[in-house]
Design a protein around this ligand. Structure first.
Ligand code: PLP
Length: 433
């Protein structure tokens, strides 16, 4: 299992020299190579990857077209700082991004990580509105820098990292399986939107620059609000002159069956952030805004040394070409329906499954000890993850209560592989109770 090099194994080097903290225990898989939907470990064992490096390699591991575009760029130039000198791949990518993102979004700023893109978007919103506060959603996740943790609505992620920014307000999320208003999805979305209005009126100081939200919450447990929620909220925001920062870091790039998840809701964001699937694994992120919003940055305001790196931009352009050529977002929609039907059949047999939900291949399976009380089954979710891994299938676990199986494979996954993953899940669910 452990790759040997020098005196210590890879696992021992991690233990001794790597500062890891996210998971209690790193998954015991020493990744050696990866191709498409499959990982090969250093001990030769193969795994079907149904988590895609946390929802990143949407076009598959080491996609040939993406890798060869990156290699070709590497032979030309690796780095020159794209905000001081012109960088052709970044210019081409910015043009393409304006074409594939919804509405009037047009001017991009490229950075390296999702959190960094969101920090930039928050700063831009402040400069445009001349206000400083933010309204975010309960259960949300936006990154691990101070500003992005400030707008993250999950105390487990924020522990020990404060003090956080003042002027951040949280509204309830229409998480209909655990409805904050104990009502139907239609009423839930209206109650949650009304709460936005009430918070702005009663709790804020009229200081809110932007509402920041994921169209489908990822880390929060694959929570997709009902279809009218964002429309109702956007009307409220527009009345108040508040921008909508749409965090598509996880839900973008075909993950939900559309290029960007907000397209399911027919709403035009003022700023949109993207990362993860943007370059099929090459480090790149972006926030894109309407020109009037984007132009509120003035010389000297924003820069990133590595941001818009030519290799990552070339990879991203090739990735978008793959999306267009193979209709990857549509594939995600179809495969999502296929797997969701299979998971619903599984739910009939396994009382541990409380809810199956999601859009496209952004799928959550919420485990509960009891369907009536909905007591979260977090330990069982961890066990299922371990059992599936031992059976050769990698999945994620998340959610506010740590009880949601996250099924987010590369979008190129085949129906046979989806069937294989669901069968492995069925076996693991039987063994986990
Ligand atoms: C919705 C969302 N926003 C922001 C981030 C932060 O991205 P990064 O880890 O690239 O900083 C994540 C990461 O999981 C995310 O899911």
């Amino acid at each position: 299992m452990a790759a040997k090099s020098g005196g210590l194994t890879t696992e021992q080097k991690y233990e001794k020299y790597v500062n890891t903290s996210f998971v209690k225990k790193i998954q015991p898989v020493v990744v050696d190579t990866a191709k498409g939907t499959w990982i090969t470990a250093a001990d030769g064992k193969r795994y079907l990857d149904c988590f895609a490096g946390i929802s990143v390699v949407n076009a598959g591991h080491c996609n040939e077209e993406v890798v060869s575009a990156a290699k070709a760029q590497m032979d030309k130039v690796v780095h020159m700082c794209s905000y001081v000198y012109y960088n052709e791949p970044m210019a081409d990518l910015a043009e393409k991004f304006a074409e594939i993102t919804p509405g009037r979004l047009q001017k991009s700023f490229f950075s390296n990580s999702g959190a960094e893109a969101i920090e930039g978007a928050m700063r831009l919103a402040r400069q445009f509105t001349k206000k400083t506060g933010f309204l975010a959603l309960e259960g949300s996740f936006h990154g691990r820098t101070n500003a992005t943790l400030s707008v993250t609505g999950n105390s487990a992620r924020k522990k020990g990292g404060g003090p956080y920014m003042a002027g951040v307000y949280f509204a309830p999320t229409p998480y209909c399986y655990r409805c904050p208003f104990n009502t139907t999805p239609d009423k839930c979305q209206r109650e949650c939107a009304t709460a936005v209005e009430r918070i702005l009126l009663l709790h804020s100081w009229k200081d809110v620059a932007a509402f920041i939200a994921e169209p489908v919450q990822g880390e929060g447990g694959i929570v997709a609000p009902p279809e009218d929620y964002f429309k109702i909220v956007k009307e409220i925001l527009d009345k108040e002159g508040i921008l909508f920062i749409c965090d598509e870091v996880q839900s973008g790039f075909g993950r939900t069956g559309k290029m960007f998840a907000i397209e399911h809701y027919g709403v035009e964001p003022d700023i949109l952030t993207s990362a993860k699937g943007i370059a099929d694994g090459f480090p790149l992120a972006c926030f894109i805004a309407r020109p009037d919003v984007a132009d509120s940055f003035t010389p000297g305001d924003h820069l990133s040394t590595f941001g818009g790196n030519p290799i990552s931009c070339a990879a991203s352009l090739a990735n978008i070409e793959v999306f267009e050529k193979t209709k990857l977002a549509e594939q995600s929609a179809k495969k999502g329906e296929f797997v969701m039907a299979k998971l619903r059949e599984l739910a009939d047999k396994h009382p541990l499954i409380g809810d199956v939900r999601g859009k496209g291949l952004m799928v959550g399976i919420e485990l509960v000890k009891d369907r009536k009380t909905k007591e979260p089954a977090a330990a069982e979710a961890g066990k299922v993850q371990d059992l599936m891994r031992d059976a050769g299938v990698l999945i994620g676990v998340g959610g506010t209560y740590g009880n949601v199986i996250r099924f987010q494979p590369p979008l190129i996954i085949s129906e046979d592989e989806l069937t294989q993953a669901v069968e492995a899940l069925g076996k693991a669910l039987s063994q986990a109770v």
